[in-house]
Design a protein around this ligand. Structure first.
Ligand SMILES: Nc1ncnc2c1ncn2[C@@H]1O[C@H](COP(=O)(O)OP(=O)(O)OP(=O)(O)O)[C@@H](O)[C@H]1O
Ligand SMILES: [Mg+2]
Length: 312
């Protein structure tokens, strides 16, 4: 039995090409005779406003992994989209010491390496966040015209696809569909728009049956590589999918138009951070502040609750 309370903040495995995202550590796993897969490990790092906090949120990486895996499975079974997952078993990762298996268990995915499409495929089914700000200013979101008179948090009759650039540094930037086509190609973007909307609609229905509103979400896609490492035209869903980190989930029982909704994901933690900023104690630049124990615990509680509802 793994100790789920033992936090994993940073991994240092003896594998090549270590990369570190805000939340995930990524390695290449050399395997003879085939394109090397990637080992993606969800750590317990927490980020907000694109800044990674110094305090681990114990168990968060496992919860995110559990939620993603369940969605990958549902989406495969519904024949909606194939994904990058190869294995969740530490024993399948060649070159990793057995002593590191407990660290990996529950938070790793061995994945097909892909050529990543450099577009964040955002789908919004409710008008909130930056979409709500844009709508108030322009009546549109990412160039998509919306009906007049929508209230804050309103459900959209038709979900909309609002792509963003994958910024290598700093914040992602909302772009319109034409701009996304210039970056990634029109054919690719048309496929991704259709696929993203299909995944979102499936996710929205499923979530609602489990007491949660899936307000919006972000997908990433990639082209699978062949044995020589060249991209094929096989599109795969990659990264994480429909987790509280990549999506806005609201508890369905509290939903009401015309106001902001409490989030399932980081709301408690973000409110605490925002209060710090308001007091002039932090300015949203690195390093982030140490997060007190009760804020960590209450936030993790929300991730547990989201996982529990989705699995129910
Ligand atoms: N199958 C895959 N092949 C190649 N890259 C992948 C694959 N799956 C996920 N990735 C990449 O791995 C990274 C995941 O790490 P993490 O989520 O911590 O990054 P991040 O800091 O959130 O950055 P990003 O904003 O790009 O997601 C992302 O850059 C994602 O694009
Ligand atoms: Mg990410």
């Amino acid at each position: 039995m793994n100790n789920t309370l033992e936090a994993v903040y940073r991994t240092e495995l003896d594998l090549p090409d270590r990369r570190e995202g805000k939340v995930r550590d990524i390695y290449r796993v050399p395997m003879a005779g085939r394109t090397d897969p990637l080992l993606i490990i969800a750590s317990d790092r927490m980020s907000a406003f694109d800044v990674v906090m110094p305090t681990p949120f114990p168990g968060k990486g496992r919860l995110l992994t559990e939620i993603s895996l369940a969605w990958f499975k549902r989406l495969r079974e519904a024949n909606i989209v194939n994904d990058h997952l190869l294995s969740t078993d530490p024993a399948d990762v060649e070159g990793v010491d057995e002593r590191d298996h407990p660290l990996l268990a529950g938070r790793m995915m061995l994945c097909r390496a892909c050529q990543v499409v450099p577009i964040e495929c955002v789908v919004r089914g409710y008008i909130t966040g930056s979409g709500w700000s844009d709508y108030q200013k322009t009546g549109s979101v990412c160039g998509v015209r919306l009906p007049e008179g929508l209230k804050q948090s309103a459900r959209l009759e038709e979900p909309i696809f609002t792509p963003a650039t994958k910024a290598t540094e700093g914040h992602d930037e909302n772009i319109d569909f034409e701009r996304a086509c210039e970056i990634a190609g029109t054919d690719v973007m048309e496929r991704l728009r259709e696929l993203s909307l299909e995944i979102y609609n499936f996710g929205r229905d499923y979530a609602l049956e489990h007491g949660m509103i899936l307000a919006d979400t972000k997908f990433e896609f990639g082209f699978a590589l062949d044995d020589d490492g060249n991209p094929t035209d096989e599109l795969l869903l990659i990264d994480e999918v429909l987790t509280p980190d990549s999506s806005r989930y609201w508890p369905a029982e509290d939903y009401e138009e015309g106001r902001d909704q409490d989030n399932f994901n980081k709301q408690i933690f973000r409110n605490w951070l925002q209060a710090m900023c308001n007091r002039g104690e932090w300015d949203k630049t690195p390093p982030g502040p140490e997060v007190p124990r009760e804020v960590v615990d209450q936030t993790i509680e929300k991730y547990i609750e989201a996982a529990r509802r989705l699995a129910s």
